[in-house]
Design a protein around this ligand. Structure first.
Ligand code: UDP
Length: 409
C-alpha cells in the first residue's frame, strides 16, 4: 500500500524531550519505519518549521515531506490551526502528481482536519489517531489549557467523518463513546516499542550501586506528575531520583519547571537525592532505563505513554499511575504496580515496597520484558495497523457531513 501519514507538528525527525516533541514523534517515526520494512510505501507530511529544510528527506525506509504552511520556524502546536488550510491545499496538490496514497493516517486532531480536507479531493480514506483528546486535557488542566477554542467540537466531528479512528487504549474508547464517536468506526491498535533498541542487557549509565535508582522520563511539563514523584521521595529513604527530559542539561537553569522541581526538592528535604539530567537522545535512552531499579511514571493523565513501555522492554518494572494507556500496558502486580494519580503517599509506599523486595522486582522485570517484546513490538503493531488500513482502502470518506471545519466554525 501507499500510506500517507500526516503529523502536522510532530516530525519523525525531531529530537525528543522538548515541550512539543515526545511520544507522537516517536510513534510516527517507528510506525513508518516498520510499515516500510513490511514493504509499504510511506510518506510522512509534517509542517516545514525551518527554512533550511529540504522539501523531501529520506528517513528510515520512508520519506518525510516538509509542507510549507505558516512561517518556516518553530511554533507552539496550539498556534498551528490557522495554517491547516494551507497544509491541506499543498498536500492535496502533491497528490495530484504521481504519488496518490491508498490511505491517509492522520496523527492528532489538527492533522485530521488537514487530512480530511486533502483526502476528500482525491476520494482517499482517512484514519485518525488522536494521540491526545481535548476533553481530557480540559478536564485536567482547566484554565491552563491553551488549546484552540473549538478543539473538542472539531475532535467530535472528526470522529464521525473519519473512516476509522485508531484508538490506543481501552480508556480512550470510553472517552470517545462519551463524545458520540461510533464504536463501530474504532479499531484498537496500541502504540509499540522498538524492541531492537529497547531490550534488557546492553550498556547502562554508570550509577552508585549502593543507592537504589528511581528514574522518571518525559517532557518537563506539569501534567507528567514529576512533583508527585519528588513528594514521594521522603518515603523512599536512600533512593535517588533521576529525571530525564526537558532542555539539554546545560540549559536547565533557564527552565521554569526545572527550577520549580529543584525548589520543591529543597522543600521536601531531598535535594541531594534528585538529579535532573536534561534531554537525552533517543539512542541513549536504553542506557538510562537499564541503570534504574524502577521507572516511576506518575502522569495525571496519559493518552498512551511510551516511557513505561520502553522501560518494560529494557526489563525495568514500572510504578505508575492508573491512567490512560498505563492501565493496559502495565499489568498491576505482574509487571509493575499501579497507584491512583496525584497521590504521592501511595506512590511513595509502592516505590518503597518494590525497592525493598528483590524477588518481586526481578519477577516484575522478567514479566515486563516479555510483555513488551511479545505484545508491543513495532513489527506486530504495524502488521495489525496494515490490516486495518486494508479494510478501509478503496472505501471513501463519509459524505453525510460537511468538512468538520465548515461544520463547526
Ligand atoms: N524521550 C527522549 N529523550 C528525552 C525524554 C524523552 O528520547 O530526554 C522520549 C522517550 O523515550 C519517549 C518519548 O520521548 O519515546 C516520550 O513519549 P511519551 O509517550 O512517554 O510521552 P509524551 O511526550 O508523548 O507525552
Amino acid at each position: 500500500m501507499r500510506i500517507a501519514m500526516i503529523s502536522e507538528h510532530a516530525s519523525p525527525l525531531s529530537a525528543l524531550g522538548g515541550v512539543d516533541a515526545g511520544g507522537q514523534n516517536a510513534h510516527v517515526a517507528e510506525l513508518s519505519a516498520a510499515l516500510a520494512e513490511q514493504g509499504h510505501e510511506v510518506r510522512v507530511y509534517t509542517r516545514r518549521d525551518d527554512p533550511d529544510l529540504p522539501v523531501v528527506v529520506a528517513a528510515n525506509g520512508f520519506e518525510v515531506v516538509h509542507v510549507p504552511a505558516g512561517p518556516a520556524r518553530t511554533l507552539a502546536k496550539d498556534d498551528l490551526l490557522p495554517f491547516m488550510g494551507d497544509f491541506a491545499e499543498w498536500t492535496a496538490a502533491d497528490w495530484r502528481g504521481t504519488w496518490l496514497p491508498d490511505v491517509v493516517h492522520a496523527h492528532f486532531w489538527m492533522s485530521g482536519l488537514a487530512a480530511v480536507t486533502a483526502a476528500r479531493r482525491h476520494d482517499v480514506p482517512v484514519l485518525l489517531t488522536y494521540h491526545a483528546l481535548g476533553s481530557v486535557k480540559r478536564r485536567h488542566q482547566g484554565a491552563n489549557d491553551t488549546s484552540p477554542q473549538h478543539r473538542v467540537a472539531y475532535e467530535r466531528q472528526l470522529g464521525r467523518v473519519a473512516d476509522r479512528v485508531v484508538v490506543q487504549c481501552q480508556d480512550e474508547i470510553r472517552e470517545l463513546i462519551a463524545m458520540g464517536v461510533p464504536r463501530s468506526s474504532m479499531a484498537l491498535v496500541p502504540s509499540g516499542v522498538n524492541t531492537t533498541l529497547f531490550r534488557p542487557g546492553g550498556p547502562a549509565e554508570p550509577r552508585d550501586p549502593a543507592r537504589p535508582r528511581i528514574l522518571t522520563v518525559g517532557r518537563l511539563v506539569e501534567r507528567k506528575g514529576y512533583e508527585d514523584v519528588v513528594r514521594a521521595l521522603p518515603a523512599v529513604p536512600g533512593a535517588e531520583l533521576v529525571v530525564v527530559g526537558g532542555p539539554p542539561e546545560g540549559r536547565l537553569d533557564d527552565h521554569p519547571y526545572a527550577r520549580r522541581l529543584r525548589a520543591l526538592a529543597e522543600e521536601c528535604g531531598v535535594a541531594g537525592r534528585v538529579r535532573l539530567a536534561g534531554a537525552v537522545p533517543t539512542g541513549d535512552m536504553p542506557r538510562w532505563y537499564r541503570s534504574a531499579d524502577v521507572l516511576a511514571a506518575a502522569p495525571w493523565y496519559e493518552p498512551f505513554g511510551l516511557t513505561p513501555l520502553e522501560a518494560m522492554a529494557c526489563g525495568v518494572p514500572v510504578v505508575g499511575t492508573a491512567v490512560g494507556g498505563l492501565t493496559d500496558t502495565v499489568v498491576d502486580g505482574v509487571t509493575g504496580d499501579l497507584v491512583p494519580p496525584r497521590d504521592p503517599r501511595n506512590l511513595g509506599t509502592a516505590l518503597r515496597r518494590l525497592l525493598g523486595d528483590d524477588l518481586r522486582r526481578v519477577s516484575y522485570a522478567a514479566a515486563a520484558a516479555d510483555r513488551a517484546a511479545h505484545s508491543y513490538s513495532w513489527r506486530r503493531v504495524a502488521a495489525r495497523l496494515a490490516a486495518v488500513y486494508a479494510t478501509v482502502a478503496g472505501r471513501t470518506l463519509s459524505t453525510t457531513t460537511d468538512s468538520p471545519r465548515e461544520a463547526v466554525v
